[in-house]
Design a protein around this ligand. Structure first.
Ligand code: HEM
Length: 416
């Protein structure tokens, strides 16, 4: 069993080798829910594991800031020269900037785009079948479905030309997976490699924003390019950071929820059958998948004044890591938290965060997963793992790089 001595909560390799340390988090929730951790080469920090505490921290955004360090590193900190994106802003600027764009992400405002998002999902699922209407097959589910899906949707929402979608895919892989051996750059730390990639992304979007100013379209980049605060156009750098946060936040998270959802359904065949027999459970199933997979492992906060949390004295300037997957197994909130149930209700998970920084793209992510599973699941006759899964080296996103699956599909008309 992992212990606070043997497991570094922010070390990417520990997550790649062991997956989520649920036994350790469970023990901490019971015995030391706000735990001081200093066995790391990075800065020491508080490990926050309870649902109630993470929600409390999320509600007090003026007290707990995202800006100083949104992600806690296992390496010594390096200065970050990039301008902060929305998720790194703090009150009052965060509220002002979020208000500029959040209406565009509500279920009502996204409705006109449903058909396009569904078409992207359907096209990707159909590529599994590759012209053959029915039969046995084997694939890496990540490569075929869950990786292309979110990047295609994000690229389409941002109005990126289809010929450049692969560029976006590569850049986001390199930023999120900067600590992973598959993406590591010789002679650079993960932070340095991530910063190099951010520069390439910034340069790309500088050109795209120029283009959208000349030729406005119905897409997010056009919207960002024309934003105003107090009657003045938004500074160009701020327009770019809006594009950047959508690309980064919307990609790896949804990819890993989609992969983790498929894995959970393979490991719980009764739940798969239940869902196949009653597709009206889909919205509920998607929430359970986000709870179960909790793709964001942690986000950091920095205390702005002394604060007492569950009897522990958090001092001004100290860092905290909020562990969402732990909160989503909190036995005080969820009945039988370690069972995966596609019809779980209520499901008050915080996989999309909680409070001021609640995920802006939550509904986009839900739609992507719903449409993909709606097209795929009715066609699955049988599905099983076809090899070992390969996890991402990251303490930010709990990722699966490859999910080899073997399946037998029904004919499209039989599934309809
Ligand atoms: C299953 C998929 C997703 C998960 C699990 C997820 C998770 C999260 C979490 C936990 C936060 C809270 C950050 C904090 O408290 O500091 C967040 C914020 C955010 N997410 Fe997501 N996300 C997902 C998909 C998306 C998508 C598809 C988009 C864009 C289309 C997106 C855009 C954002 C943005 C912009 C923020 C920052 C909001 C703010 O600071 O006000 N996310 N997300």
């Amino acid at each position: 069993m992992a212990t606070p001595e043997s497991f570094n909560f922010v070390h990417p390799t520990h997550y790649a080798e062991h997956g989520y340390p649920h036994d350790l988090w469970t023990r901490l929730r019971r015995e030391d829910p706000v735990h001081w951790f200093e066995k790391t080469e990075g800065i020491p920090f508080w490990v926050v594991t309870k649902h109630e505490d993470i929600c409390k921290v999320g509600r007090h955004a003026e007290q707990f800031h995202n800006g100083p360090r949104l992600v806690i590193s296992h390496e010594p900190e390096v200065p970050n020269f990039f301008p902060p994106t929305l998720i790194q802003l703090d009150p009052p600027k965060h509220g002002i900037y979020r208000k500029l764009i959040n209406k565009r992400f509500t279920p009502g405002r996204l409705r006109p785009w449903h058909a396009d998002i569904e078409n992207i999902a359907k096209e990707i699922v159909d590529s599994l079948i590759e012209g053959d209407d029915c039969g046995d097959g084997e694939c890496d589910f990540v490569a075929k479905v869950s990786a292309p899906l979110p990047i295609a949707v994000i690229a389409w929402l941002l109005g990126v030309p289809k010929s450049d979608w692969n560029l976006l895919f590569d850049w986001t892989n390199r930023i999120i997976g900067a600590s992973d051996p598959d993406f590591r750059v010789e002679g650079k730390t993960s932070a340095e490699a991530a910063l190099d990639t951010m520069t390439e992304l910034f340069m790309y979007f500088t050109e795209l924003v120029k283009e959208k100013k000349k030729n406005p379209q119905d897409d997010l980049t056009t919207m960002f390019a024309h934003l105003e605060v107090d009657g003045e156009p938004l500074p160009e750098m701020d327009v770019l950071t809006f594009c950047l946060i959508i690309v980064i936040a919307g990609n790896e998270t949804t990819r890993n929820a989609t992969t983790g959802g498929m894995l959970a359904l393979i490991e719980h065949p009764d739940e798969l059958r239940k869902l196949q027999n009653d597709m009206s459970l889909m919205p509920c199933a998607v929430e359970e998948i986000v709870r179960w997979t909790s793709p964001i492992i942690h986000f950091g906060r920095t205390a702005q004044t002394d604060f007492e949390l569950r009897g522990r004295k958090i001092e001004k300037g100290q860092a905290m890591a909020l562990f969402y997957p732990s909160a989503n197994r909190d036995e005080e909130i969820f009945a039988d938290p370690f069972s995966f149930r596609v019809d779980r209700s209520p499901n008050n998970h915080i996989g999309f965060g909680s409070g001021e920084h609640f995920c802006l793209g939550a509904h986009v992510a839900r739609l992507e997963m719903e449409f993909a599973y709606r097209h795929l699941l009715p066609r699955i006759e049988e599905i099983e793992l076809a090899g070992p899964i390969d996890r991402l080296h990251s303490a930010l996103v709990g990722g699966v790089k490859h999910l080899p699956v073997r399946y037998k599909l029904r004919r499209a008309e039989a599934a309809a």
